[in-house]
Design a protein around this ligand. Structure first.
Ligand code: GAL
Length: 702
């Protein structure tokens, strides 16, 4: 009997390591209620502090108003100090203390920091960078997503954790791994990745002739006779750029490896854990290298991390920009991850100065609080700040926490949290959720297309990702909510759908877009869309002819200028400038449905159309054939579209963001100047002032 049971158990374990979600995830609304719109928590690392301080720390953490804590994502070496010898006593004790201090716990799978014994026994679990260097033990995230051995050992520890804590009511939910991204270099070139890539290609193309055909391997004599001859395309070992189709496949493969790596962990947990515990991961924003939709079915929701003041992002918002960070980036990250499963929260939000920037500026007083309120405004169900105590040693010594280095004095950022928690608790009492969904603007998300364009921008001064961020910023400047989608939306909920330079298309996508317009939607298509097929080949037809019926015209050719030169385009007697990208649009003579919105004002194509609109069925398509220098012409066109689509807009100056959540409207100021808010009559200000200062928050209710 015992043997039969073990056999059945083995079958379950075996089947759960396959690559499809084995247990349906739960509806994510069971983890959060509308009655409690936000809950705040904070990271704590019991294993990094003397045991006698845990109770004091967790008690203080709780007394500041935090409602949950976060344990264990880097603790594998403490949980399994030797192969197969598990030690959970310390974690049991930390969970007991968290519970005693009324804190829920998010528990993590520790795959981001494998123990040294594993790497020593199986060096093949280590990833390799593009220079052929093997990453060694001594930091973190050195494990290869493609290594079957690494993944097998992860399943073991995850299974042990699930058995011990999967039905423990004190555990709120699970985070898989930590920022599954490999940080600066998302691509792995080790033998396991090489083998898995070839296997993936074999599955995709079935035979080598088909791969040769679709990678167009007659070009530069790149033909293969057999799959085993294929190497991962690696710029560091090539004289000239890699085959673009091979590169694109490798990037997509990598994203799916991450997906499979997370899915296996989720599946293992789901075998055991209670239906009241959620599963998520804390994605890092690495546009466009991460496609979280790959794990849509595996996670109850996707969460994300955000560090607004970090010296890496481009901040143009004046004098104070470097202390306030980018509100656009915070909002886009939120909307992107919320779109995956309709719900999200921020798993790591900066509490103060960090340690890993080129330089590490102090956030402006108030900024930490503003980020938290902005996150609330966008719809987050939880905010978790990183981290409780500033480390005294190790890699993040200079990273501020909620407590200062003595462990008991609240930091500047910590005090802002205390204030924010009090304010949020007060405002929760006034909050009423929306009874009907808000109408939103949809942005089409297509990782493959964006990757291809990042690989081959055709003009180094033009970036598909920057364009996406620019359009997003323009939409937000009208205070409109945004979702990212990859299936056609209902025009009643999403009256406007933006196709942001989606170059790689197929017939199905075009039909979906056409159906959306026929049903009454307004489709905005931006330059380069439709130029190639999904393999990344130009169509064997005239430039962008594939979308000719949709846009109602032909794109004759594109043009770019030297960086220092600008050319002009005219719309309704106003002149705008462009530099990096323009397309010359040619209308059919008898195309009554097509209207010219803007024309070029100089160059040898003066007078030719630059932006047009085309009426189809109950809706219309706008084609914007250029990227302007300041984004102003695009914004004018968007404004017109939003007004005509009956979307309620509020025009905001740059770096001011305003969101509506239920009966509350929340405005935040990332600019360097005061801004006098336009608050509708009959509203009551419940926090802040009408004159919104940099780094400040104002909330009104109606
Ligand atoms: C995050 C990471 C954390 C911690 C933090 C420091 O990117 O997930 O583990 O290193 O940065 O700011």
């Amino acid at each position: 009997m015992k043997n039969l049971l073990s056999f059945l158990l083995l079958l379950v374990v075996f089947s759960c390591s396959t690559e499809t979600a084995v247990t349906k995830k739960k509806t994510n609304t069971i983890f959060f209620t509308e009655a409690n719109p936000i809950t705040l928590g904070c990271y704590y690392y019991p294993e990094q502090w003397p045991e006698e301080e845990w109770d004091r720390d967790l008690k203080n953490l709780s007394s500041l108003g935090f409602e949950f804590t976060h344990f264990g994502e880097f603790a594998w070496a403490l949980l399994e100090p030797e192969e197969g010898k598990f030690n959970f006593e310390w974690l049991d004790k930390a969970i007991d203390l968290a519970a005693k201090n009324h804190l829920k716990v998010i528990l993590c799978t520790p795959s981001a920091a494998p123990p040294v014994w594993l790497a020593q026994k199986y060096p093949e679990i280590l990833m390799q960078n593009e220079d052929g260097k093997t990453m060694q033990h001594g930091s973190r995230q050195q494990g290869s997503w493609s290594s079957k051995i690494y993944r097998k050992y992860i399943q073991k520890i995850v299974n042990e954790l699930a058995k011990r804590y999967g039905n423990d009511q004190r555990i709120w939910g699970w985070q898989l791994d930590n920022e599954p991204s490999h940080y600066g270099f998302p691509y792995d070139y080790n033998a396991a990745a090489q083998e898995a890539f070839v296997y993936w290609l074999n599955t995709k193309y079935q035979n080598i002739d088909s791969l040769n055909m679709r990678w167009r391997n007659n070009f530069w004599s790149q033909r293969y006779n057999d799959f085993s001859q294929i190497r991962i395309p690696n710029a560091k070992e090539l004289v000239q750029p890699a085959n673009p189709h091979a590169l694109l496949d490798f990037q997509e493969f990598t994203n799916q490896q991450r997906g499979a790596f997370l899915r296996e962990q989720a599946n293992t947990l789901r075998q055991t854990i209670s239906s009241t515990q959620f599963i998520t991961t804390n994605y890092m924003m690495q546009m466009p290298h991460t496609d979280p939709w790959v794990n849509k079915e595996d996670l109850d929701f996707a969460s994300y991390t955000n560090y607004p003041v970090n010296s890496y992002s481009e901040v143009e918002n004046g004098e104070l920009g470097f202390r306030l960070g980018s509100g656009r980036d915070l909002a886009l990250t939120h909307d992107f991850y919320q779109s995956v499963n309709g719900l999200t929260g921020i798993m790591e939000l900066q509490p103060g100065q960090v340690n890993w920037g080129h330089y590490n500026a102090q956030p402006l007083p108030g900024a930490v609080r503003m980020w938290a309120w902005h996150t609330f405004a966008l719809g987050a169900k939880f905010i978790c700040t990183y981290r409780y105590r500033q480390p005294l040693s190790g890699n993040e010594q200079y990273h501020q926490g909620i407590m200062q280095t003595d462990g008991v004095t609240i930091s500047r950022g910590g005090n802002e949290y205390v204030q924010t928690i009090k304010e949020m608790n007060a405002i929760k009492k006034l909050y009423k959720a929306d009874t009907a969904p808000q109408k939103k603007v949809a942005i089409w998300w297509d990782q493959r297309s964006l990757l291809d364009m990042c690989n081959f921008p055709h003009n180094k001064n033009w970036s598909a990702v920057n364009e996406l961020y620019r359009y997003y910023e323009s939409i937000k400047s009208f205070a409109l909510p945004v979702d990212f989608i990859n299936t056609p939306p209902d025009p009643k909920l999403y009256p406007v759908l933006l196709i942001p330079s989606i170059q790689l298309v197929n017939d199905a996508m075009i039909t979906q877009w056409k159906n959306y317009v026929n049903a009454g939607g307004t489709l905005i298509i931006t330059p380069r869309s439709g130029q190639k097929n999904r393999d990344g080949h130009l169509w064997k037809m005239k430039n962008q002819e594939k979308i000719k019926e949709l846009i109602g015209a032909s794109v004759l050719f594109n043009d770019h200028l030297p960086a220092a030169k600008k050319a002009q385009v005219k719309m309704q007697n106003n002149i705008y400038e462009w530099n990096s990208w323009c397309e010359i649009i040619d209308l059919e003579k008898d195309s009554a449905s097509v209207k010219i919105l803007a024309t070029y004002a100089d160059q040898f194509y003066k007078g030719k159309a630059a932006c047009i609109s085309n009426f189809i069925g109950k809706g219309k398509v706008i084609y914007i054939g250029l990227s302007s220098v300041s984004g102003d012409i695009e914004k004018e066109i968007l404004k017109d579209i939003f007004i005509n689509s009956n979307l309620k807009i509020t025009e905001l100056p740059k770096y001011i963001y305003q969101e509506k959540r239920g009966n509350l409207t929340i405005a935040v100021n990332y600019s360097s100047n005061d801004f006098e808010l336009k608050i509708p009559e009959g509203s009551t200000i419940v926090l802040g002032e009408q004159n919104l200062k940099p780094g400040e928050v104002t909330i009104w209710m109606n």
